[in-house]
Design a protein around this ligand. Sequence first.
Ligand SMILES: [Zn+2]
Length: 443
Amino acid sequence: MDRPRITIFDTTLRDGEQSPGCSMNVQEKLRLAQQLDRLGVDVIEAGFPIASDGDFEAVQRISASVRRPIIAGLARACKGDIDRAWESLQGAARPRIHVFLATSDIHLKYKLRISREQCLEQACEAVRHAKSLCADVEFSPEDATRTEVSFLCQVVEAVIAAGATTVNIPDTVGYSMPEEYGQLIRTLREKVAGIEKVTISTHCHNDLGLAVANSLAGVQEGARQVECTINGIGERAGNASLEEIAMAMRVRRDRYPYETGIVSEQLYPSSQTLAEITRVPVQPNKAITGRNAFAHEAGIHQDGILKNPLTYEIMTPQSVGVPDSRLVLGKHSGRHALALRCEQLGHPFERRELDEVYRKFVVLADRIKKVQDCHLLELIQDVKTAAKKIPPAGAALPFARAAAAGSASESHLLSFPAPAPAPRVPVTLGEHHGEQEEYLWGV
Ligand SMILES: [Zn+2]
């Protein structure tokens, strides 16, 4: 079945870079652009060339070395900006000039101090000029969602006639609701002459946490390009998050039957690269790329995941490039998860031995909350050392922990008294207590 293709327009290097603490130097931008290329984005907005020499150089360097995606340079609706953008894009295999001009009355009156007529004229003139230089021209009516709809339609129709090939509808201040944003895209498709010749694009900000929802609503109403950023970085609360858009379409193909060129296994590496470059960490519970996005701590969840990942996972960590679904070992973990982690650390245990490890683990987890591999290794060592000292059956010696008290392996972690080796439980009491037993320890 042929699914409509959604163009992924990444603006991490432009809108994203405008977010506090996320500025990058030319070398860093180049490195990120190369990662975006591996990720499979269709368009990289590489910068705002008139803004600074650094931005200009970044667009230039990226144009020269990243050849597959379209490289876009941003420009205000004036000749100087457009010429500068075009100059920076000279080496690009597939250049795009992205022109923007605010259209809402509040921006026209207080920011630009121009009338609607002047706005319309300036937009058309700018697009015509950009088109005289570059075949691929995108136009954005800034603050589109707060622009009077009939005026927005008028502007969009005019810039299409002037040569724009993509029309982007920014929710610049993150004010829209999904239904409302979808309705706006639908209205443009119904009312604007020539709209079928161009690509409609979404550009949603996350001030109300709705950037992704709004973008998807736009796609459902016919938008075929989504502007977004890695980790959702961007002005204020950020932009629509690229990884969330891409995975929503992949996981819920039944509701969003669209294709993107995103190589999903590169999502996590891209997120990590950006976090490393900007030193802005990803929030732990961030969908798709946060460190807890695939972490399961509750014992019943861990056990389910181990038996069949589909019980609690709607996508695999591997599908987004997370190396391993990290089961966080804490006091709510079940013994199944513990057994697996021990095995992964090279210590497979028989059931009886595991009982012992598990008892100590629960006591330790109660004290230190998250049991790391290093703690677990020490604990395992401790249990193994103790096991060697178990006297032969019938001997009446007490558990000889004191004898080993000086050894480094056990002194610092396990200050609680080690229990005596588990007595042999009569089989009638149930050596194996069935599936539910796995959870009793953790609750
Ligand atoms: Zn923006």
